[in-house]
Write a protein that binds this ligand. Structure first.
Ligand code: FES
Ligand SMILES: [Fe+2]
Length: 374
């Protein structure tokens, strides 16, 4: 008999200390009921990165996104205020804004031409005279919480959620000295992977465990022995001394600068990889139980013409690492579906970040299961 969703959730022991802990069970990566619950309990309740603040500089600038399968639009109002809305027309539900980003004087639904101002208020309806008991003022776009942090814009579908600042906790002060404000966006690259979104996060959080085995180039510029892993609040900070020597792979050595690399993960699905003068962010979005999209945004300190060869080469090194990670993640997803595997153990030296991830996730899932049961 198929186990119930409750049985599947209860088969993870979140109280076990790292040395005794198991990973979350394989079914959490393969069962569509878990994926469905995650949309409600994880993606619709935690702050989600949806874009870059630089895309929303002027009144009328907007971006669209999908959060927990909900269409969202974020727009800068005439008053300079940032606002977010469900991107759903109050007439017959068409998505109002249909480009990834842009600039608009107002938000006009393409279906029948209803028009909302930048503050989300319904201003104009075509051919709607004579309709009774209809208040224009009650038919604005439905608002969503939005807050910026550093170069990024986040939304939260839960009106009762804590502020973004409190949600990010220690990450705020950890990142401040790295000077993200001086970095300029260069390019976005997106990858569709045949794995559950959590496989990608787990791989990011294995404390460099896989680096010597799977990323020979990257490994040749990191001091693996002195790699550190620290959990704070909803964040895991991994850091490694950068150490280039005669044996380092040329491209990695030329593009991974500074004394230290920092790899931040913020629960549930946002990652930041920082080297001196370089940042890439990874946002992993579920597309189903065994599919996800990973979006890389690349930022550099020096984006001058003269530095473009470095910028290209540097993104090339990240691309190679990402291709190596795709092979791992898709292989792991196949293994998680095997009858031979139920759950695994965690390296105490390396895999504390995964342990944090699994416990935070378990707390959210069990919390919303309790809410559903009430
Ligand atoms: S659905 Fe938007 S105007 Fe009809
Ligand atoms: Fe990797």
């Amino acid at each position: 008999m198929e186990p119930s969703l409750s049985d599947i959730l209860d088969s993870y022991d979140a109280a076990a200390p790292l040395a005794q802990a198991y990973t979350i069970p394989a079914a959490w990566y393969t069962d569509p009921r878990v994926a469905h619950l995650e949309l409600q309990s994880v993606f619709a309740r935690n702050w989600q990165a949806v874009g870059r603040l630089a895309q929303l500089e002027k009144p009328g600038d907007y971006i669209t996104a999908s959060v927990a399968n909900e269409p969202i639009v974020v727009v800068r109002g005439r008053d300079g205020k940032l606002r977010a809305f469900y991107n759903v027309c109050r007439h017959h539900a068409m998505t109002v804004m249909n480009e990834p980003c842009g600039h608009a004087e107002h938000m006009r639904c393409p279906y029948h031409g209803w028009t909302y101002n930048l503050e989300g208020e319904l201003r104009g309806m075509t051919e709607f005279e004579g309709v009774k008991n209809f208040e224009r003022a009650d038919n604005g776009l439905v608002p969503v919480r939005v807050e910026p942090w550093e170069n990024f814009v986040f939304v939260n579908l839960d009106p009762n959620a804590t502020s973004l600042h409190d949600f990010l906790g220690s990450l705020v002060k950890l990142v401040k000295p790295l000077g993200f404000g001086q970095l300029k966006f260069v390019e976005r690259r997106s990858y569709i992977q045949n794995c559950n979104w959590k496989v990608y996060v787990d791989n990011f959080l294995d404390g460099g465990y896989h680096v010597p085995h799977m990323h020979k180039g990257l490994n040749s510029v990191l001091d693996y022995t002195n790699y550190t892993i620290e959990n704070v609040d909803r964040c895991c900070v991994q850091s490694s001394p950068v150490s280039v020597d005669a044996k380092s792979e040329a491209s990695a050595a030329a593009t991974r600068k500074g004394d230290r690399a920092y790899y931040f993960w913020q629960y549930p699905n946002f990652m930041l990889n920082w080297y001196e003068g370089y940042l890439d962010t990874n946002l992993v979005l579920p597309l189903g139980v065994d599919r996800c999209e990973v979006i890389f945004d690349f930022y550099f300190g020096d984006t001058s013409e003269a530095n473009l060869p470095y910028v290209r080469e540097s993104m090339g090194v990240s691309e190679l690492v990402q291709q190596e990670d795709i092979v791992i993640c898709e292989g792991v997803q196949r293994g998680l579906s095997s009858r031979a595997y139920q759950a695994g153990r965690l390296s105490v030296r390396r895999e504390a970040g995964e342990h944090l991830f699994h416990r935070l996730l378990a707390a959210d899932l069990k919390d919303s299961r309790a809410a559903i049961a009430r």
